[in-house]
Design a protein around this ligand. Structure first.
Ligand SMILES: *Cc1c(COP(=O)(O)O)cnc(C)c1O
Length: 398
């Protein structure tokens, strides 16, 4: 299996002359793009009618892959149905992975992507794990840029508004034998979206869940595979029936806190003896999705928070620690992090028969740090401040 994967995996492979000469497959190449435009452009929906991920732009990007030929010419064409053989392996064995990223309009009327290199790296890792073809990241970013350019009039304007981008890779081999796919399709669809919480923050209630497990050591919880998501809906319904919006996923006999819903999660504590504060999130041990937002929160917290006041740690911590420290008054904040909502404040956690209260600012829907983190990230995303190479311009509306 590994050998097969190397044959197909050009980015891993390009350096090795010996293998490369065995089978010279076409690389993903943005310069080969073919564009078929819609006959009539649609007009943008008013901002207040944008529902997350329910409307899409006029065009989509598709790229076919074949084990004998490699990546075919990329095509941008009108958004529409796919036609696939019902035997396609995506339908039977879960050969599917996806990404979630956003494009933003800046005050000087440019459209930028937020840290797209991170999403491409993660997408290639997901692909390699389920024997789907890898690709040159820069070429896909260029192609996504072309797709956005095509529908740039549909990128919404205003704080909290953005274009949600959904790159997807599926296996399309049309035989029922379980094996390495010899055909695949990469496609990208874009959805204009509004703020996750229409009226500013809305703090959520979580149910600490130990009767279902999202991810485990040696598993694939750190990859954005479709197969990881369907099994998490039933526990969410069960939590909802008890009045909680999301699951706080626990792991193992220690009941470590891992993630919340489909977001990474952060807790802030204050040591009542020393007065020192700590921002904590779970370490990337293979059971945690390597969130771009998670990495951004950690980076910005390390750069901006005073080290005499704050310690920032990626470490194991359990629901028992959270419950004990909440009882001592040491729990000061908690929030989820992910591309869709960016940060999502938490106000209460149901754990067995008790409720853990997470403090919020008086009369508000978040804590002070949550608010601060949200504004640091938004300022960079909307181009009001610059952070190294985090924003990449893909279209200019001037
Ligand atoms: C996508 C995702 C995240 C967040 O990742 P971002 O790159 O920050 O959007 C966290 N956890 C899970 C399970 C996810 O699927």
């Amino acid at each position: 299996m590994l050998r097969n994967q190397f044959f197909r995996s050009q980015t891993v492979f390009a350096g090795s002359k010996r293998f490369y000469s065995v089978r010279k497959l076409a690389e993903l190449d943005a310069s080969k793009l073919i564009v078929k435009q819609v006959s009539e452009k649609s007009s943008p929906k008013p901002n207040d009618q944008l529902v997350f991920g329910s409307t899409f732009t006029d065009h989509m990007l598709t790229i076919e892959w074949d084990a004998k030929k490699g990546w075919a010419n990329p095509v941008i064409k009108p958004y529409g149905n796919l036609s696939l053989d019902p035997a396609s392996c995506v339908f039977h064995y879960g050969f599917e992975l996806f990404e979630g990223m956003k494009a933003y309009r800046t005050p000087d009327n440019k459209i930028t992507l937020f840290r797209p290199d991170m999403n491409m790296k993660r997408m290639n890792k997901s692909a390699a794990r389920i024997c789907l073809p890898t690709f040159n990241s820069d070429e896909l970013v260029k192609l996504i840029g072309k797709l956005i350019e095509q529908d740039k009039h549909l990128v919404p304007q205003g704080q909290g508004y953005s274009l949600y981008i959904r790159p997807t890779l599926i296996g399309t081999t049309d035989t029922l034998g379980v094996g390495v796919p010899d055909k695949a399709m990469l496609f990208v669809i874009n959805s204009p979206v509004g703020p996750y919480y229409k009226t500013g923050f809305k703090a959520v209630r979580l149910e600490a869940t130990d009767y279902a497990t999202r991810a485990w050591p040696g598993g694939v919880g750190d990859k954005k595979l479709g197969a990881n998501y369907a099994p998490c809906i039933l526990p969410q319904l069960q939590a909802a029936s008890r009045g909680f919006q999301q699951n706080l996923w626990l792991f193992g006999p220690e009941k470590y806190i891992t993630e919340v819903g489909t977001m990474n999660v952060f807790f802030a504590f204050k040591n009542s003896k020393t007065g020192k504060k700590e921002l904590v999130t779970a370490p990337l041990d293979g059971t945690i999705l390597e969130g771009v937002t998670r990495d951004s929160v950690l980076t910005l917290a390390r750069e901006n928070l005073n080290p005499n006041e704050w310690e920032i740690n990626e470490r194991y911590y359990s629901i028992h620690e959270v419950a004990e420290r909440a009882a001592k008054g040491e729990l000061i904040e908690a929030f989820g992090s992910g591309t869709a909502a960016v940060v999502s404040p938490i106000k209460e956690i149901g754990w067995k028969d008790s409720l853990i209260n997470v403090p919020l600012l008086p009369g508000e829907q978040s804590g002070a740090l949550t608010k601060q983190v949200a504004s640091w990230i938004a300022d960079i995303q909307y181009g009001r401040t610059k952070h190294s190479n985090w924003s990449q311009v893909v279209a200019d509306l001037n």
